[in-house]
Design a protein around this ligand. Structure first.
Ligand code: NAP
Length: 328
């Protein structure tokens, strides 16, 4: 069996979760991890069994034994980290949101294309079996024409000035951290919006703590809320003129999705438990693309990442919320 050799950049929260999934994938090899601090990289390598630990991201980017690099740094670092990896010939899976804005993303995509390298945003939701089941139902016309989507990603996060979520220098804010999921879902099921109306609570540090976004196409609406100030169970519903699709709580990682008729009665239900922790599906997608020599995933195409980034640019432009040195 071909084994894909992985490198990880950044040793924070999601890097741990991802490494756990990698460890459980039999065709993945945990080759290298990089941190800005060598002792942190060494501790992470010991914890998960990585062979190599680097004290800088550039050392890892230059490691030609690596088949794919997973970038798990804050949003503001993605641009530099992705370019570093691509320039050194590495394939990249980069955490969401892939960049701060469309201009950064376009540079990443152009470089990946010119180098013939694989690039994918780690939008794991789009690789999950329940999500693919929902797409199948809607594509098969099971709910008729999609008319309305309601999808939220809200939770209560204690303010901490040191947390990247609240720090503009790290690309903080609920939009790039949370709204990217319901916006991706909305765009998948109603297409690119013709109108975008939004509002946000901007906190003391200059990033959005909560936001509400409405998307409109010729035939459908989507209402998306996200934020750090609202406790919510975050279900998502896609309503068509002949039925609806209802995701379980925390829709983006839900293992349950139901197909309902027009009266709200369940017609079909899909329950697919995670095999590891849910991140195995995006890892398998990367392996499958690399195995097929593709530079872009069919499940998470560049066009999807870019369209959602454009929506987020428009929201932030309307809110007057820019990151340092950024022109939107
Ligand atoms: N897919 C998901 O379910 C999911 C969940 C959570 C987060 N995410 C995404 O994953 C990325 C990382 O999120 P996280 O929650 O893991 O963040 P985190 O816990 O703060 O970790 C980020 C890591 O990035 C590195 N880093 C590089 N520059 C940094 C800087 N200026 N400030 C702080 N850390 C810096 C650090 O690693 P070193 O010190 O080792 O260099 C740090 O441990 C974000 O893009 C986020 O949106 C995805």
């Amino acid at each position: 069996m071909k084994k894909y050799r992985w490198g990880i950049i950044g040793t924070g929260r999601i890097a741990h979760t991802f490494a756990e999934a990698l460890k459980g994938c039999e065709d993945a090899e945990l080759l290298a991890v990089a941190s800005r601090s060598k002792p942190k990289a060494e501790a992470f390598a010991r914890e998960f069994g990585f062979e190599r630990a680097y004290g800088s991201y550039s050392e890892l980017a230059c490691d030609t034994d690596i088949d794919a690099v997973y970038i798990a740094t804050p949003m503001s670092s993605h641009y530099g980290d992705v370019l570093l990896c691509l320039e050194n010939g590495r394939n990249v899976l980069c955490e969401k949101s892939a960049a701060l804005n469309t201009a950064q993303l376009d540079e990443m995509l152009a470089l990946a294309k010119s180098k013939g390298l694989f690039f994918m945003e780690a939008m794991w939701m789009k690789c999950r079996p329940t999500y693919l089941k929902a797409l199948e139902w809607v594509r098969d016309g099971r709910i008729g024409q999609v008319r309305y989507i309601k999808a939220d990603f809200c939770n209560l996060v204690q303010y901490d000035a040191a947390d990247r979520l609240f720090d503009p220098a790290c690309g903080g804010g609920a939009l790039l951290d949370l709204a990217v999921y319901p916006l991706t879902l909305a765009r998948d099921f109603i297409g690119d919006p013709k109108e975008i109306i939004s509002a946000a609570h901007i906190g003391r540090d200059g990033v959005d703590l909560s936001n509400s976004i409405m998307l409109k196409t010729d035939s459908a609406f989507a209402a998306v809320n996200s934020g750090f100030e609202i406790p919510n169970r975050n279900r998502a519903v896609i309503v068509g003129d002949e039925g609806s699709v209802l995701f379980g709580e925390w829709f983006f990682c839900s293992c349950e999705v139901s197909l309902l008729d027009r009266d709200g009665c369940e017609v079909e239900r899909s329950e697919i438990p995670n095999e590891i922790n849910g991140y195995e599906y995006e890892i398998r997608e990367v392996h499958s693309c690399l195995g097929a020599g593709l530079d872009e995933s069919r499940l998470v195409p560049h066009s999807s990442t870019r369209s959602v980034m454009q929506i987020m640019d428009k929201c932030r432009r309307d809110w007057g919320m820019t990151y340092e040195g950024e022109e939107l």
